[in-house]
Each structure stands twice: as structure tokens, then as C-alpha cells.
Design a binder for this molecule. Structure first.
Ligand SMILES: [Zn+2]
Length: 173
């Protein structure tokens, strides 16, 4: 009967990303391998939970230790972006990070860190220096679950290739 303390106004149902943005995430993840890459995703959310990225902004990995298995986005970068976006239709809608030699799915630590339920998590797996998968999720920290958000590479709004999410997407509520 009790309501969640942090209701989700607009659960992400899909994420549209340009091929250029996906390519720049891929490049970043491969360049810093075997460390984790991270960055922010700027965009907007439409009715029905359709999220559209307008750009991605890479961040240095701010974590002080174990950069190959942890990431921390530069807090000053986040603040600067939030300030810049104030009063516009856009916001920070999510972030990305890489999993060097681990699958593109949220780790238990990722679930621990999911304090902001409205953010999309884009995770790219990097196998021996090459990106092998890119998938998006929203994370339910309290329920200890993640839900895959189908990832589309949008070209002028028209969706084309759908990333490796078909099977898992069907499991989403
Ligand atoms: Zn992770």
C-alpha cells in the first residue's frame, strides 16, 4: 500500500542516440581501456518515456582507486552542465560508463550507486580493448533490479538499428 518515496514520473521506455554519439562513447571507452570511461548524456524526455539524447559529454574518471572497475563522473562537470541547461527543454538524462572485460549489464556496485532513479545508465562492454556491446538500463536501487531500455541509433528522428536488446527488452515491465 505504501507509495515509493521517489516516484518515477516518466520511466524510460527507449533511448535514441545518434550514431555519432554512440561512436564517440565507443572511442572514449576504447581509448581509456583497461580503465573505465564515463560521461554524461544530455537530452530530453517525451511522452511515453521516449528519451532522446542530443549530445554526450565525456568526463575524466574521477575515482581515485581501481579505475578499471569503478567510475566517478566529475561533479563540477555535472554542475556546469545543469547550470547551462537551466531554462531549456533539455537536461542531463543519463550517463554512460564502460565495463572493461565485463558484460554490458549493471553490476551490484552500479545498483548501489543508483541514487537517481530518473537517470538512464548506458553501459558499454569493452573486450580486450574493443567495444563489444552497448546497452541502456534504468536501475531500481531499492528493488535491486535493472530494466533494459531499448537503445536506438536515431538518424534525423528515424530509428534504424536497434542495439542488442531484443531479448532482454521483452522482460521489461
Ligand atoms: Zn558498472
Amino acid at each position: 500500500m505504501s507509495r515509493s518515496k521517489t516516484p518515477r514520473p516518466n520511466p524510460p521506455r527507449s533511448l535514441f542516440l545518434t550514431p555519432q554519439d554512440l561512436a564517440s562513447i565507443t572511442r572514449h571507452a576504447e581509448n581509456v581501456y583497461p580503465e573505465e570511461a564515463c560521461g554524461l548524456i544530455v537530452g530530453s524526455a517525451a511522452e511515453g518515456g521516449r528519451y532522446k539524447a542530443s549530445r554526450v559529454v565525456s568526463s575524466p574518471n574521477f575515482t581515485e582507486q581501481e579505475k578499471h572497475r569503478r567510475f566517478e563522473i566529475d561533479p563540477a562537470l555535472r554542475l556546469r552542465l545543469e547550470r547551462e541547461l537551466r531554462g531549456t527543454d533539455e537536461a542531463v538524462i543519463g550517463h554512460y560508463h564502460s565495463h572493461p572485460d565485463h558484460p554490458a549489464e549493471p553490476s551490484p556496485r552500479d545498483l548501489d550507486l543508483a541514487h537517481e532513479p530518473e537517470l538512464i545508465w548506458l553501459i558499454v562492454a569493452v573486450e580486450r580493448g574493443k567495444v563489444s556491446a552497448s546497452r541502456a538500463f534504468w536501475l531500481d536501487r531499492e528493488g535491486r533490479r535493472s530494466h533494459e531500455v531499448p537503445l536506438h541509433h536515431a538518424i534525423d528522428g528515424a530509428s534504424s538499428a536497434k542495439a542488442r536488446s531484443r531479448r532482454a527488452a521483452r522482460k521489461s515491465p
